[in-house]
Design a protein around this ligand. Structure first.
Ligand code: OGA
Ligand code: NI
Length: 364
């Protein structure tokens, strides 16, 4: 199936995009209508990124699962820091268990996301928006009009920090749990940031003092069951434009990480949270930690629910300049990246969506 999206946008394609957006019903709306074929805007094989058209063979390797329990500040902590360093360098991804967030909170968060996405159309459509100033909004494919093809998923977006929304801005279906989960995940984020600081050989509060957790937003994803899962994708190949991300996924699976040119499944582990490095930590760590490409496969089984907590600022919240951390540099380890503000990084990211990575643009 050929479709030259960059030069000749056909009218059908434009019409389909607009009709989909105007429906305000997302992918779930298509599924509810009973579609048996995916609309062409979702056809991932129109996407010519190499890793998409020729997926490397799958291989049976696991990303590390790190037990954060029993941390008594002694030998055990050094052991955890070593594992975090190792995983962040080699995979850019790891899972954590015994992380301190109660199972009931994780379960209720997933349930809250389900409740919202399964609300009647009239309730949900009130939240449907592409308005950049809105702190809480529902949409399908934030890059719908920029990307070559659309993802088979819907998302509720909540911008939680530095300036949280008013409680009445959240949908009632997930208001209380989103506010509660957001606080829990923030606390865990601080722990992870200490471990990452120590893993870089810095004092525990170094990354926090650099304001790597100043911004926090939560993406509540809903991946409906797909009638033609081999023809589309839940989430296209991407890296996260964050310092780091904490992801809660349900039992369905489908998240894959690129490792040495192979796709590795991030197997769902009961009660675990997935941590991944983003572009901004790769930049400040001068390539020590890797922001690794990942994707989510579409599935005939569903819905799949996941909640991604992104740590980065979104708007003009800071003039702070980020570059490779000076303490990490030496004659043998010169800076690889130019300095940037998160604001300029985001502008570059948004202008290059689906194209080459923002980090490459900043490479010296
Ligand atoms: C993301 C992401 C993975 C998932 O939101 O950036 O990679 O499993 N999500 O939903
Ligand atoms: Ni991601």
């Amino acid at each position: 199936m050929e479709h030259s999206t960059s030069t000749l946008q056909n009218d059908d394609w434009e019409r389909e995009l607009k009709a989909f957006d105007d429906s305000k019903a997302g992918v779930k709306g298509l599924v509810d209508k009973g579609v048996t074929k995916i609309p062409q805007i979702f056809n991932a094989f129109n996407d010519d990124t190499p890793s998409e058209t020729s997926p490397p063979q799958e291989f049976d390797l696991q990303i590390p699962v790190i037990d954060l329990g029993f941390d008594n500040g002694g030998v055990r902590r050094r052991d955890i820091v070593d594992k975090v360093r190792d995983a962040s360098e080699k995979f850019g991804f790891f899972q954590v268990v015994n992380h301190g967030i109660p199972k009931e909170i994780l379960d209720e968060m997933k349930e809250g996301v389900r409740r919202f996405h399964e609300e009647p159309y009239d309730v949900k459509k009130e939240y449907y928006s592409r308005d950049r100033s809105k702190k809480v909004k529902f949409s399908s494919n934030f890059d719908l009009y920029q990307a070559k093809t659309a993802n088979w998923r819907d998302t509720l977006f909540c911008n939680m920090a530095p300036e949280p929304p008013q409680p009445n801005e959240f949908p009632t279906a997930c208001r209380d749990i989103t506010i509660c989960y957001s606080e829990h995940v923030r606390k865990l984020g601080l722990t992870i940031l200490e471990l990452l600081s120590e893993a870089l050989g810095l004092k525990p509060k170094h990354l926090e003092e650099m304001e790597c957790m100043k911004g926090q937003f939560i993406l509540c994803h809903y991946y409906p069951a797909c009638p033609e899962p081999d023809k589309t994708i839940g989430a296209k190949v991407h890296t996260d434009p964050t310092f780091f991300t904490i992801l809660l996924q349900d039992h369905i699976g489908g998240l894959q990480v690129l490792h040495q040119n192979h796709w590795i499944d991030v197997k769902p582990v009961e009660g675990a949270l997935v941590i991944n490095m983003g572009d901004l930590i790769q930049l400040i760590s001068n390539d020590k930690f890797k922001s690794v490409k990942h994707r989510v496969l579409a599935n005939s089984v569903g819905p799949r629910i996941s909640v991604a907590c992104f740590f980065t600022t979104l708007r003009n919240e800071s003039d702070r300049v980020y570059g490779p951390i000076k303490d990490l540099l030496s004659k043998d380890n010169p800076p690889i990246y130019k300095e940037t503000t998160v604001r300029d990084f985001n502008i570059q990211f948004n202008s290059k969506l689906g194209a080459s990575s923002t980090l490459e643009y900043l490479r010296i």
